[in-house]
Design a binder for this molecule. Structure first.
Ligand SMILES: [Zn+2]
Length: 457
């Protein structure tokens, strides 16, 4: 089966890469590859969540049948009637959600307009009543938090919950520039001034808010239509209507939940096959696959297991590394195995010479083009090459000491050895995969230079 020639790690983040896709198509063709992937993945997941979900769905199916029976009505199709009622409550709920959002927007707008010295009626909460604004607190435009002094001398920062309705400044008063809310005397003086100024105005006036005021959100026209359908339905006249309706509600709710579960299972098993389709599309477009046939370029890709397999393959196909010296080849290839830690703080990579710098630029541009293609097909495997190891790889091939290499890379010895071994893997793959005899011989020379001292293996 699938695992016969190579073991593919199956886990929740499993994605078929380019190399794997081309190998699978080669082995079994793309239809079968798709099937196999779906099966192995479903099986893998069967050990986990899917079994539980499937069991729940099975139970739900039994319950649904019972509910439907209990809801049956001699006057007509009660489920149809219940669906209409459900639709009505959905439409109404979405209307009131919109209304609430509109109300909130109105409140925020009124708060954003507040200025120091505005006297307002705080409509709700512990500090409801007359207050003067000390600081509008509009740093956060989405949710202003005005600081106020109440008529009872409390200085408080309020929040949106204190404003179920918009506020309107009743009048304006002067707040001394030197006012400090921590000074009790100052609070007393300002509160007293506030009470004086507000005397005679109906400051506890009725601010009862009428939702929909100003008609910013209209009632959904569907509401009247659905109501009419409900009234006209034969089941509407049944004396047992509300009793039927309770069962029907249960039915509809459970049906919805079950549907969600079902599509969750399907999605889980399908993603991996869909991903394979997309990867194959990219391979089609680049000419690595032709239907179920692997092209000569595809054959080359089959031999590259690097994380950046596709980029390596494209570089080989375009002869990007032609004519490089062994140490220079090691330098540019390191860009595809090495990844700088804390890349944001890292200094710009150093290159041994002009030629390697130019080749690195060609590779980066090529990678960007491929990433564009990936985006078109909604896959994402490639990352930009990282040449932070280029100088060290180059110097190592030419015989530099471990001390120098560690100093240059600022790596711990273990990290240096690991980076080197990854590079050696890739250089060996390039030697194997290329049809260019000169490049193969260069790669082998580079390998000889790389495998020495602590790196020997
Ligand atoms: Zn009935």
């Amino acid at each position: 089966g699938l695992a016969s020639t190579r073991t593919y790690p199956l886990n929740s983040s499993f994605r078929p890469s380019y190399n794997m896709a081309v190998n699978m198509v080669d082995q079994v063709g793309r239809e079968k590859a798709r099937e196999l992937l779906e099966q192995s993945f479903a099986q893998f997941q069967a050990d986990r969540a899917v079994v539980g979900m499937a069991r729940q769905i099975h139970k739900a199916d039994d319950a649904l049948e019972g509910y439907r029976e209990s809801a049956s009505c001699h006057l007509g199709d009660f489920m149809e009637y219940a669906a209409l009622r459900r639709e009505l409550s959905d439409v109404e709920a979405s209307g009131s959600r919109k209304r609430r959002a509109a109300d909130r927007a109105e409140v925020v707008e009124s708060l954003v307009g507040l200025k120091v010295g505005d006297v307002i009626n705080v409509p709700a909460g512990r500090w409801a009543g007359l207050a003067v604004v000390l600081d509008p607190g509009t740093a956060e435009a989405e949710a202003p938090r005005p600081m106020v002094l109440t008529a009872n001398r409390h200085a408080r920062r309020l929040a949106l919950v204190d404003f179920p309705t918009p506020v309107e400044p009743l009048l304006r008063m002067r707040v001394p520039k030197t006012f400090s809310s921590r000074n009790p005397q100052a609070r007393r003086d300002l509160a007293s001034a506030l009470r004086d100024r507000a005397e005679g105005i109906a400051w506890r006036r009725d601010t009862a808010y009428r939702p929909g005021n100003g008609g910013s959100v209209d009632a959904d026209p569907r509401i009247a239509e659905i109501r009419a359908k409900i009234k006209a339905h034969p089941c509407h006249q049944c004396p047992d209507r509300e009793s039927h309706a309770r069962w029907a509600e249960r039915y509809l709710k459970l049906e919805r939940d079950t549907q969600t579960q079902r599509s969750r299972i399907e999605q889980r098993t399908n993603t991996v096959a869909r991903q394979l389709d997309r990867v194959n599309e990219v391979l089609d477009e680049l000419g690595y696959l032709d239907g179920d046939t692997v092209t000569p370029d595809g054959r080359r890709l089959q031999r590259i297991y690097s994380e950046l397999d596709l980029l390596v393959s494209e570089c080989l196909r375009r002869g990007v590394w032609k004519g490089l010296a062994p140490a220079d080849l090691a330098a540019v290839l390191s860009g595809m195995t090495f990844e700088t830690r804390n890349a944001d703080d890292a200094p710009a990579p150093r290159f041994p010479n002009r030629r390697t710098l130019e080749v690195s630029e060609t590779m980066s541009t090529l990678c960007a083009d491929l990433q564009l293609l990936e985006r078109e097909h909604r896959v994402k495997f490639l990352r930009k090459p990282d040449f932070g190891f280029a100088q060290a790889a180059h110097d190592w091939v030419l015989g530099s000491s471990l001390d120098d290499a560690l100093h240059l890379t600022e790596l711990a010895a273990g990290d240096f050895v690991r980076s080197m071994k990854q590079l050696i893997d890739l250089v060996a793959q390039v030697a194997q995969a290329t049809d260019d005899d000169a490049l193969r011989s260069t790669a082998r020379k580079a390998l000889d230079g790389l495998r020495r001292g602590v790196i020997e293996y």
